[in-house]
Design a binder for this molecule. Structure first.
Ligand SMILES: NC(=O)C1=CN([C@@H]2O[C@H](COP(=O)(O)OP(=O)(O)OC[C@H]3O[C@@H](n4cnc5c(N)ncnc54)[C@H](OP(=O)(O)O)[C@@H]3O)[C@@H](O)[C@H]2O)[C@H](O)CC1
Ligand SMILES: [K+]
Length: 516
């Protein structure tokens, strides 16, 4: 896991270090530029020429450092610069002055004339982008999409909002880069919405500011765990203990209950139940309507079945305090019966509400939120919507998200505050937020991209993984974040051709490979 920060937090870290006299802005710019050059040389060892596009601020300043360092290696370097050198911030101005070669104006025509280049470096805008690019620079950004040469972004693909992961101008205005090299710590926009697709591979250059980064530590509501876009090599020890079962009795590892839909609507519950058992809940039971009991029992062995007649039946089952987590919603049906079952389910255990358990409250989401508040214990409930279900429960947050007014992260944070539940909004960029302010982003992109995970029933498996982990945990947010990671790892381990049934079967291999 790694932290990710907003653009403003990054500026805060940088200025705290400079103000403390620990480092100068010029030294940071040199480290940043050298880091980008090292990444380019690693990635394209044969390249010999570059066109560097430099903006009017410090991102452009990094570009002039890169130009100088590549020229010192005898590369053929062409620089296209934007704005008046005198108006640049001091360190950028100094590096522009130190560049010995020509600086041609940054125009679309000049960019298109530079066809004989091995690499194009986008150092136009980074964290200082304040408004939508327009005019000539917008035209340049659009033309960058047609560049034949590999495109390397300095800090960010220019035009990308690093807080929201969306283009500040309209679509097509952020170049799709092959490599983005950012500094010290990734920014939120690298991981959500359009960010990952625009960034390409992401590398992080250490600027030596960890001491000042640590000072943000108390501000936990604004620091986010994120799963990096690279596959875990030695990167899992921190989460490994979360997957270890307790030695002892099966009840020491919790008992998860999954509520099944009626006849011919039972598969989703069985998928969730199998995932819950595979991830290590000590016991798993499927609570089934009497009419579907035979159907469920015929297809379950290690997983137990219980007859459950509606909300009253569920309340009766839950009198057994050994049920530590509950999953309901997949294929349960939309309507009052499901609402009643949700009300019966809420209580002192962890409850995963998914699918129909969410849609059933579309008419009046506040009824759900009031029922959650009535539990009286924080963070007992997690809502796991996909985008459509999120819009049904949180129309205001969803409208602001669609309009680009707030980020996916902020939308989910607001939803967690509004509902009093942990909220997990699914996607290739899954965002999890808790009422206590914790938030996590899980970006399954680049090497961890699993398009084949978009398959029927995969969401039911995720709900089951969360319930199974929560059943033997005391931290629902953590369980959700770990389950999200494992869900993607299971899909990666199987590969294309995956169907939902395969996901629980891959769990043992993933756990074994990570050393659990
Ligand atoms: N964070 C670090 O530790 C380090 C960061 N470095 C690099 O610095 C940039 C951030 O530099 P900054 O100068 O703050 O911002 P930018 O270079 O990204 O952009 C600011 C300039 O761009 C102008 N601007 C902004 N939006 C637009 C627009 N839509 N159209 C035209 N011009 C725009 C802005 O003009 P203003 O009028 O708004 O002032 C500025 O001129 C960071 O990303 C890193 O690359 C350090 O070098 C190393 C340490
Ligand atoms: K850039």
């Amino acid at each position: 896991m790694t932290e990710v920060v907003t653009a403003a937090q990054m500026r805060g870290i940088e200025s705290a270090a400079i103000e403390a006299g620990a480092v100068t802005g010029a030294a940071l710019m040199e480290r940043a530029g050298a880091g980008v050059v090292a990444a380019i040389l690693r990635q394209w060892p044969e390249a010999q020429s570059a066109t560097i596009l430099c903006g009017p601020g410090n991102n452009g300043g990094d570009g002039y450092v890169i130009a100088r360092l590549l020229a010192e290696r005898w590369w053929d370097v062409r620089v296209l610069g934007m704005g008046d050198a005198e108006a640049m911030p001091p360190d950028a101005r100094a590096n522009r002055a130190a560049w010995q070669g020509e600086v041609a104006p940054l125009t679309r025509a000049n960019l298109e004339a530079a066809t004989d280049t091995d690499i194009v470096v986008d150092a136009i805008f980074g964290t200082g982008l304040t408004r939508a690019p327009a005019g000539e620079v917008l035209s340049v950004l659009k033309a960058l999409g047609d560049c034949a040469a590999p495109l390397v972004a300095v800090d960010a693909p220019s035009g990308l909002c690093l807080d929201r992961g969306i283009p500040l101008a309209r679509e097509g205005s952020v170049p799709k880069c092959d490599l983005t090299v950012t500094f010290e710590v990734p920014k939120i926009g690298h991981f959500i919405a359009d960010g990952p697709a625009c960034c390409g591979a992401l590398e992080v250059v250490d600027l030596g500011l960890s001491h000042w980064r640590g000072k943000l530590g108390a501000d936990t509501t604004r620091l986010i765990d994120a799963v990096p876009m690279v596959p875990p090599t030695e990167g899992t020890p921190h989460i490994l203990p979360n997957f270890r079962k307790k030695t002892g009795h099966k009840y020491d590892n919790g008992h998860a209950l999954v509520v099944s839909g009626g006849p011919s609507k039972t598969g989703a519950a069985r998928l969730a139940a199998r995932a819950a058992l595979r991830i290590g809940a000590g016991l798993v039971t499927v609570a089934s309507p009497p009419t579907a009991l035979a159907e469920n029992a015929m297809q379950l062995t290690a997983i137990m079945t219980r007859r459950c007649g509606g909300a009253a039946g569920l309340s009766e089952i839950l009198e057994d305090a050994r049920f530590t987590a509950l999953c309901l919603g997949p294929s349960l049906g939309v309507g009052e019966q499901t609402r009643a079952m949700v009300r019966a389910a809420l209580g002192p255990r962890f409850v995963v509400l998914d699918a129909d358990a969410l849609t059933s409250f579309e008419e009046d989401p506040s009824e759900l939120f009031e029922a959650i508040a009535a539990v009286g214990e924080p963070e007992r409930v997690i809502l796991t919507p996909h985008g459509g279900e999120f819009g049904r429960l949180f129309p205001d947050e969803n409208a602001a998200l669609d309009a680009g007014d707030i980020s996916k992260l902020d939308a989910v944070r607001e939803a967690a505050q509004r509902s009093g539940a942990v909220v997990l909004l699914k996607g290739a960029d899954t965002v999890i937020a808790s009422p206590d302010g914790r938030s996590s982003i899980h970006a399954a992109h680049c090497a961890r991209s699993v398009p084949w995970l978009a398959t029927a029933g995969a969401g039911d498996v995720l709900a089951g993984l969360i319930a199974g982990l929560a059943a033997r945990s005391d931290d629902l947010h953590r369980a959700a974040a770990d389950a999200t990671w494992l869900h993607v790892e299971a899909a990666r381990a199987f590969g294309p051709g995956l169907i939902a049934e395969d996901l629980p079967e891959m769990v043992p291999r993933v756990l074994r490979d990570m050393g659990v």
